[in-house]
Design a protein around this ligand. Sequence first.
Ligand code: SF4
Ligand code: SF4
Length: 362
Amino acid sequence: MDNLFTAFRDPKLAAVLTEKLSMYKGNTINIMEVCGTHTMSISRYGIRSLLPEGINLISGPGCPVCVTPLYFINSAIELLENKDVIIATFGDLMKVPGSHSSLLKEKAKGKDIRIVYSPMDSLKIASNNKDKRVVFLSVGFETTTPIAALTILKAHEEKIDNFSVLSANKTIPNALKILAMDKDVGVHGYLYPGHVSAIIGTKLYEELASQYGIPGVVAGFEPLDILHGILTLVEIINDDSKKVVNEYKRVVSEEGNTEAVRVADKVFSACDSVWRGIGNLPLSGLSIREEFETFDAWKIYNLKPYTAEETPGCKCGEILKGRLKPTDCKLFGKSCIPENPVGACMVSSEGTCAAYYRFREV
Ligand code: SF4
Ligand code: SF4
């Protein structure tokens, strides 16, 4: 395994690719790396600093923690007012600031919040605590939705009636369509996420390329994957070709993982969804189908999504749309640091601000 990764980090090959990229002399090209994992790799390996001035990398909305709306955290905290509720959540959400508190602060006050590594773990908590009601906070894109769906199907089969899911799951392609139409963002090409693409395949991107004229490359997360992906994208853009190239064939196929898509579709259906900092994007979210509504925490607890003001000064929205860089935010590295995040982009290690901060990009 080590050898495999070493091959994708070969400095000699990286130098060859960097040399080719450095010869670029055309108009500025804006390449959006859609996924948080790409953002982190780009920062970790200093890839931005290897590129010539005309090739501009902008970070997209690809970290599900970063785009989880403020009201979702507020709603989870509201649920904890019920003394018999246990919240089960991925650790990434613990520090995300809500309007007045965070799950971490609520846990410190003694609220029953358990960190899980899979939605299935939260089902076990429900089975072991029949006198309590367990609510799993479900966030994520196409990669994590199938397992959330499987968990609901299992709860349904086993008639576990003290378990529910508060869903803020989202889908990437519709968000990209909206960003593609936003002239202020001015994306010339997408570096498509490897993980999400492994599930949905590459066909949906063809539509983005033909309908909106934005080409793309599906790339892996190693430095050579990214450098090669950028080089291919620059060549495609230069040729004015609107194609989609899959450079991550070792993981991503054209049709994707059809079984995972089928399971997700069985439980969830498309709905409008608020992306933190970006706003409401039509049909970019997933809600639990009526057939499984006894597991839908929004309905069970009659929670109302309500808009809430972002923290003054936080520029997450502009950063998630690629209009600003983290260092353009006056709070960056001052009042907003990973240990004390003001905005969601600083929370998860793959949030754009956190990646910039950790690897001190300027
Ligand atoms: S930080 Fe967490 S939520 Fe964000 S992309 Fe990475 S794994 Fe996903
Ligand atoms: S530095 Fe903090 S406050 Fe500023 S945009 Fe990033 S997350 Fe938001």
